[in-house]
Design a protein around this ligand. Structure first.
Ligand code: SF4
Length: 387
């Protein structure tokens, strides 16, 4: 957020809205747009609505009006991430794999662990972020279903995050479909600029639906945008994978809220699973040092699964969201997502009918060969200069 605060204007915000305008003006391109979980509560502030107001269906409408051909929702791939990451966790738990498993959907955290904790890379889930999964699925499964040449698809992701602009080019695994899985990332602020410059009255827009077959999502996919949300979504599904039952109460209160490090134990029908959630890189260091120290002593840190997000509050307060996030705003944006989850008919990723269908038609099962190729990645140490 330096651009907003630079006193002499020497640092300015990178703006790629012109690339979007060129893409939608090109008749050869099919512009497919996905929106991240936290966009639905972030954009509202740019149009004078109270923070935390959910505007998902107006955003779909606005995107069509500014030229997008197809609208998808990253929440779908948040559900897909949970299927893959949850299955990976169960696999590690049952086969003596490396624990604790660390989440992998935040590119700023991934950059940090590759630079400062490369000795712990085996702990990081191999699941790609929801954005990258959605891009890979768009240019394969969706392209086949829609009968579109994937070479003509221009895949755009609206994200709360400036680090996501780097993630799409981090390595060849980001082209698993045979093409760049995501061609362009725009932040919430860039989307607000696009909508405002079009002259439309956002507040008066009708509400439309996303396009099938990869637009449908569960409440678990929505809460990804708040700190603790990935963990809560994963617990709902991992509980089912382990016990073959459904949780009576899906809310996992221990991992909600803005405490720097949240810890809890979830009872998987007699098996205790110890979880932790951390947000803000200075807090991340505390947990990573604890895991490293335990490893040096030949023991495992007392957790099975840890969610890690670089931004305080998670993506609801990411670097691409409207400026000025304080803890009050973080709380209000998170409450918007939790309400959206509460209002959802389907609240667990493994119950999303479109998720069941993609495994039936295309991916076979979580962690299958095809799923590994498209939805998982590898990490590598990034050398850092030490004085
Ligand atoms: Fe991006 Fe921040 Fe979310 Fe990480 S926590 S994905 S850096 S917005």
């Amino acid at each position: 957020q330096c651009a907003a605060h630079c006193p002499v204007g020497a640092i300015y915000e990178r703006d790629e809205t012109d690339i979007f305008r060129s893409a939608v003006a090109d008749p050869e391109k099919k512009v497919v747009v996905q929106i991240a979980p936290s966009i639905r509560v972030g954009l509202s502030e740019s149009f004078g609505l109270p923070s935390g107001t959910v505007t998902t269906k107006k955003i779909y409408t606005a995107l069509r009006k500014i030229g997008a051909d197809v609208i998808h929702d990253t929440n779908f791939s948040a559900d897909l991430t949970i299927m893959e990451e949850g299955s990976e966790l169960v696999n590690r738990l049952t086969t003596g794999g490396v624990l604790p498993q660390l989440t992998s959907c935040c590119p700023a955290w991934i950059d940090y662990v590759e630079k400062y904790y490369p000795d712990l890379l085996d702990n990081v889930s191999s699941a790609k972020s929801p954005m990258m999964m959605q891009g890979a699925i768009t240019k394969t499964y969706y392209a086949q279903k829609a009968g579109i040449d994937p070479a003509k698809i221009f895949s755009v992701a609206i994200m709360p995050c400036t680090a996501k602009k780097y993630e799409i080019i981090r390595d060849d695994n980001m082209q698993a479909s045979g093409y760049p899985d995501v061609d362009l990332v725009l932040t919430t602020r860039e989307l607000a600029r696009l909508i405002k410059s079009s002259g439309m009255d956002f507040l008066k827009l009708e509400e439309e639906e996303a396009d099938s077959p990869i637009g449908e999502y569960s409440g678990a996919g929505t809460i990804f945008g708040a700190t603790g949300g990935v963990m809560e979504a994963a617990v709902r599904t991992a509980y089912h994978l382990v016990t073959k039952k459904e949780m009576e109460k899906v809310e996992v209160e221990a991992v909600r809220g803005l405490d720097n490090i949240k810890k809890g134990t979830v009872d998987f029908d007699g098996t205790p699973v110890r979880v932790a959630v951390v947000h803000g890189l200075s807090n991340v260091k505390v947990l990573m040092d604890e895991i490293r120290a335990a490893k040096a002593e030949g023991r495992t840190a007392p957790y099975e699964f840890i969610e890690i997000m670089a931004c305080r509050g998670g993506c609801i307060a990411g670097g691409g969201q409207p400026y000025g996030a304080d803890d009050e705003l973080r709380k209000e944006r998170s409450e918007g997502l939790y309400q959206d989850d509460k209002d959802s008919k389907v609240r667990c990723s493994h119950q999303n009918p479109s998720i069941l269908k993609i495994y039936e038609d295309f991916l076979t099962e979580p962690m299958s060969h095809e799923a590994h190729h498209l939805l998982h990645t590898k990490y590598h140490e990034i050398p850092v200069y030490k004085a």
